[in-house]
Design a protein around this ligand. Sequence first.
Ligand code: 6R9
Length: 646
Amino acid sequence: MHDTIHPVPADWSQSARVDAAAYEAMYRRSVEDPNGFWAEQAERLDWIKPFTKVKNTSFAPGAVSVKWFEDGVLNASANCLDRHLATRGDKVAIIWEGDDPSESRSITYRELHAEVNRFANVLKKLGVAKGDRVTIYLPMIPEAAMAMLACARIGAIHSIVFGGFSPDSLAGRIGDCHSKVVITADEGLRGGKKVPLKHNTDTALTKTIGDEKVLVIRRTGSEVAMHAGRDYWYHEIAATVSDVCEPEPMNAEDPLFILYTSGSTGRPKGVLHTTGGYLLHAALTHEIVFDIREDDVFWCTADVGWVTGHSYIVYGPLANGTTVVMFEGIPNYPTNARFWQVVDKHKVTIFHTAPTAIRALMQAGDEPVKSSSRASLRLLGSVGEPINPEAWEWYYRVVGENRCPIVDTWWQTETGGVLITPLPGATPLKPGSASWPFFGVQPAIVDADGKIIEGACEGNLVILDSWPGQMRTVYGDHDRFEQTYFSTYKNMYFTGDGCRRDADGYYWITGRVDDVINVSGHRMGTAEVESALVSHTKVSEAAVVGYPHDIKGQGIYAYVTLMHGVSPSEDLRKELKNWVRAEIGPIATPDLLQFAPGLPKTRSGKIMRRILRKIAEDEFGALGDISTLSDPAVVDDLIANRQNRK
Ligand code: 6R9
């Protein structure tokens, strides 16, 4: 079978920031002389004190350490704001589009600068100092970006928790990094529905040590409970402080933020990113991958609660002085044409979204797309999960009218920015492939024994050397960092993804090979869902796997063994799904839940997930060897009672 190839359009290879020859040359230089390459690239940032060292990294067992520009001093907010004032002060930094199509707002770099300074002073007034942690639990409103940059300005470490997470999930994240302040809003607004963020925060704070302060932004104006001495309205304190706050000089290796993400075991990990390397990687990838020009209007539809929002709504674009769109709503509210109406309304030139949104909109047909002009668009992006070629082709043909290249960007919370991606002026596109490594990135594919394999092959994806945006540690647990990413294969960073490389050297990410599932581009650890299920008094045991889902990419399939004497029922099925929803958040709700009198286990008691996965995928003809099961009969029952995927 031949892959479809879309060659680089002639006008793109002529005009793009990086063409094929430049990619070759720059890539080679970046891996042969990383110190020289990155020292030059780092000139794009404003340094308070220039660095003298560039790369100091080791993946050696027991001594993993990642440092870039370690003696340089800078401030991320000054790089995103102050340095633009002279040339771009009146340029729009953020176009905010509300959930309600009649609401929008434009904020210039000068206005954003003033508001971030003010916000920084509000945080100081609440006692926040350099190195303190601040949890941000906000909807997609400009204050979310302001809060991040205000933390960066004073050297506080932000930890954003997605507004869709439950009070329990929020409490866990506040507690893990011991946040001094939680920034939230009265309510959020998504798809016409209110999200009780302040109320959730109140519930969360009954489960933490309880010395946190709460800063509340007024969004909907609904009445919320305010606890005297603990809760403060942002607008009240903001009225009492100045809009001048000098940026704190930060070492390049001082932490910028923590972002919790799911892994195959245990509780979510606090991925820690630092200032210099992260900002450089976010800014450089944003400019090169999206071919950013001064007059672009860049729209990334992610939520700032995910890493994509950190790097490609806030830090990358603002460091580059780009105009970004920030969208509060969802793709299908009020109608399936919303995305395209926003594109037309704000003359978006570069549009970046997730495959799950593309698939959902594709199912709604071409009509909603065609009701818009989209004439302003010149480039499209995809991120978060593998994009199937059918969705890719629809995105290309219908949304982009065969005119806009698509950059399918592969990366992770841990990598800080894009690592494998086409460059629009350099890479012939193969639908479904993230294609080639970005500068400085050395991917490799290893077989089951951890041996690097060459040429066209399939195996697990590793990265052989460090890049500036790499995470530095798991907050408070460096052992876990080493264990999770560097113990499977010695001297390599293990991504957790499976990957195929074709004869042309294109990388095709095949999905997670660990117990992480990717639901609508959101990472979920199966262990987290299992632990929520078994915390219910009627559940004795649970096993959770992913299965292919037309829109979400993967759906969540839960096998549940009930306590002795508890009978399965439709009501209980509903109750358990709602339980998980309340424990973790809506994105973790099992799509299918099967009551299983027994789970397939080895004689040593290990659940054989391979079998559960096959049954969930409806591939029970290919279960493989089940002879090591302690009770092979449970498999027949599981097959007979499997839940219908349709
Ligand atoms: C940025 C982000 C990371 C996991 C990653 C992989 C999957 C992301 C992808 C992709 C195929 C792409 N993933 N982008 N798979 N093609 N273009 O999504 O970070 O939430 O940490 O998820 O997402 O499986 O390992 P994060």
